[in-house]
Design a binder for this molecule. Structure first.
Ligand code: ASP
Length: 588
């Protein structure tokens, strides 16, 4: 037996017992006649003590030779600690060591393995196995485990069956680039890694599985934005014989379950908002509703007063910043510069100070009277002491800009609290989305999403206005996941492919198997997928998903620990009938 107890286990109730523990040396303090060692394992830290008077000479010498991260096994007696450490669960005791075995020495680690480390991100990723020894990383991984266990428990209790689907498949319809894998046995042919198990889970419904789930890796070869990984994990689900409402109920239940079990939080309201309403009130299809600052549209009360900027704009829209009148002129100028940065792209910002005495002062006093400003305040919900910020321009753009400003201000004002959770469903997404580049409509969710049945005819005349039975779960301004009711009728699916510009041949080559399956009695079905990495990060109160992934990739999609991706050797290339030609980069 390597140990009788873990390093997190011993208390005063164990006093005088002979115990054996094993772990890593976190820290040593050597006073010559006395040596203390903090021994760490997954469960905690226990102090070992070696004392000239009571410890055998040979053991004393071995203790003096210990370095950081040595792996040791120590046997001794649990004794009361003279100076207790109330911050440590084992802080009242220590082990007076009589036997010490060095199980494995260690090189000096390249960064300190403590709560707070001196190691930068790159170094920590290169030695991720050392990083994982640190409390915060270990805790995050354990937290992820707890989330997945609760997810499995909830879904299994609801009758969902965990079914694995293959990774070596062909292109799936999520609209990203595929990662491909050459097939040695089928020269010149390639598998694609799944962007999601979408088609398979639909086939499982045709197969009569009724309720499916899987915690599954998905692969999308997209340009990496912050907090996106080329491989990520979904909680993927599908149900047969359901309407949208059934699905929303089940997964609202799951969200409530997770918040209760993992955070001890019971959510009162779980609002639903249409996509149109979200865009109008928050300029965003994933609104953070933990704080107000809802948009007030001001077209009615700003037009035709001679202020050209507003007159020429499609939309004039503002938000009331709580207590924003306390901002100095310099701070407001800073905000104006902030919205004018290329990343935001506003032309400028008009503002109104709402003074405590009920009077108003705007940056466009030349054009608007105090009575006008009273109306602006009404429409934005501004109170005395607030600041109204107004942007104008083309509707879509200006909403995005004001949404960014709203989030930035909420962040600065401390309104985005890590321990508050506000989930909501955004429903009735548009079916299609206009793509400027290709000058055509694309499926906003994916091509299997069902239009609202009553709007199918509208597809012919005004496709952009057709709404889908599609929904997203949003928590605290983050899209946690989404799904839809699917098309289960072959004819409708065929039509949908037509609208999306697939030729019949393309549709057949890519999704023929699904179309064929639909001829053999496909039940009405629908589902969704949640991004597990993000869900865990948000429940864990963090913004970055990397902390919750054991071995994440960096911003260029590299695993710097194992150094992947990497070239493969010529034999491998030959076996795969591949020839590699990498264009020389300029200036090389
Ligand atoms: N396959 C979809 C996605 O990955 C989710 C769904 O529609 O169920 O976003």
């Amino acid at each position: 037996m390597y140990r009788t107890h873990t390093c997190g286990e011993l208390r005063e109730t164990h006093l005088q017992q002979t115990v054996t523990v094993a772990g890593w040396v976190q820290k040593t303090r050597n006073k010559g006649f006395m040596i203390w060692v903090d021994l760490r394992d997954r469960y905690g830290v226990t102090q070992l003590i070696f004392d000239e008077q009571r410890t055998p000479e040979a053991v004393m010498q071995k203790a003096a030779s210990l370095g950081r991260e040595f792996v040791v096994q120590a046997t001794g007696t649990v004794i009361e600690r003279e100076s207790k450490n109330p911050n440590l669960p084992t802080g009242n005791i220590e082990i007076l060591v009589s036997e010490l075995t060095i199980l494995n020495p260690s090189l000096v680690p390249p960064f300190t393995i403590e709560e707070k480390t001196d190691g930068g991100e790159d170094l920590r990723m290169k030695y991720r196995y050392l990083d994982i020894r640190r409390n915060p990383v270990r805790e995050s991984l354990i937290f992820r485990h707890r989330v997945t266990m609760e997810v499995r428990k909830y879904l299994s209790d609801q009758g969902f069956i965990d079914v694995e689907t293959p990774y070596l498949i062909k292109s799936t319809p999520e609209g990203a680039r595929d990662f491909v894998v050459p097939s040695r046995m089928n020269p010149g042919q390639f598998y694609a890694l799944p962007q999601s198990p979408q088609t398979f889970k639909q086939l499982l419904m045709v197969g009569g599985m009724d309720k499916y789930f899987q915690i599954v890796k998905c692969f999308r070869d997209e340009d990496l934005r912050a907090d996106r990984q080329p491989e990520f994990t979904q909680i993927d689900c599908e149900m047969a014989f359901v309407e949208q409402e059934d699905i929303l109920q089940v997964f609202e239940g799951m969200t409530r379950h997770l918040l209760k079990e993992l955070k001890g939080i019971e959510i009162d309201t779980f609002p639903r908002m249409t996509y149109d309403e979200a865009m109008q009130k928050y300029g965003n299809d994933k609104p953070d509703i933990r704080f107000g600052m809802e948009f007030g549209e001001l077209n009615e009360v700003t037009k035709h007063r001679g202020f050209k900027v507003f007159d020429e704009a499609d939309l004039v829209v503002g938000i009331a910043v709580p207590n924003g009148n306390s901002f100095t002129r310099k701070e407001i100028d800073g905000l104006i510069d902030w919205v004018k940065r290329p990343q935001i792209g506003a032309m400028g910002m008009v503002y109104v100070r709402c003074h405590e005495d009920g009077s108003y002062k705007s940056s466009v006093d030349k054009f608007y009277t105090e009575e006008d400003l009273v109306q602006w305040a009404e429409k934005t919900g501004a109170k005395a002491g607030d600041l109204i910020c107004v942007l104008s321009g083309a509707t879509g753009k200006v909403r995005t800009q004001l949404s960014a400003l709203r989030m930035e201000l909420a962040q600065r004002l401390g309104l985005r609290k890590g321990d508050e959770f506000a989930p909501l469903w955004v429903v009735d997404f548009p079916l299609l989305e206009w793509d400027e580049e290709s000058q055509r409509f694309h499926a906003m969710h994916h091509p299997f999403t069902s239009p609202k049945p009553e709007q199918i005819e509208l597809l012919k005349t005004n496709p952009g206005a057709v709404k889908a039975n599609a929904y997203d779960l949003v928590i605290n301004g983050n899209e946690i996941g989404g799904g839809s009711i699917r098309i289960h009728d072959r004819e409708v699916q065929q039509k949908m492919f037509d609208y999306l510009g697939f030729t019949p041949e393309e549709a057949k080559a890519q999704f023929g198997f699904l179309m064929e399956a639909f001829q053999y009695g496909a039940p009405p079905h629908g589902g969704l997928a949640f991004g597990l990495d993000r869900l865990v990060a948000i429940l864990g109160g963090q913004e970055t998903i990397r902390d919750f992934i054991a071995f994440p990739k960096n911003n260029s999609g590299r695993d710097v620990m194992i150094d992947a991706p990497a070239p493969i050797n010529n034999t491998q290339l030959e076996e795969l009938y591949l020839r590699v030609e990498v264009p020389q980069k300029e200036n090389e």
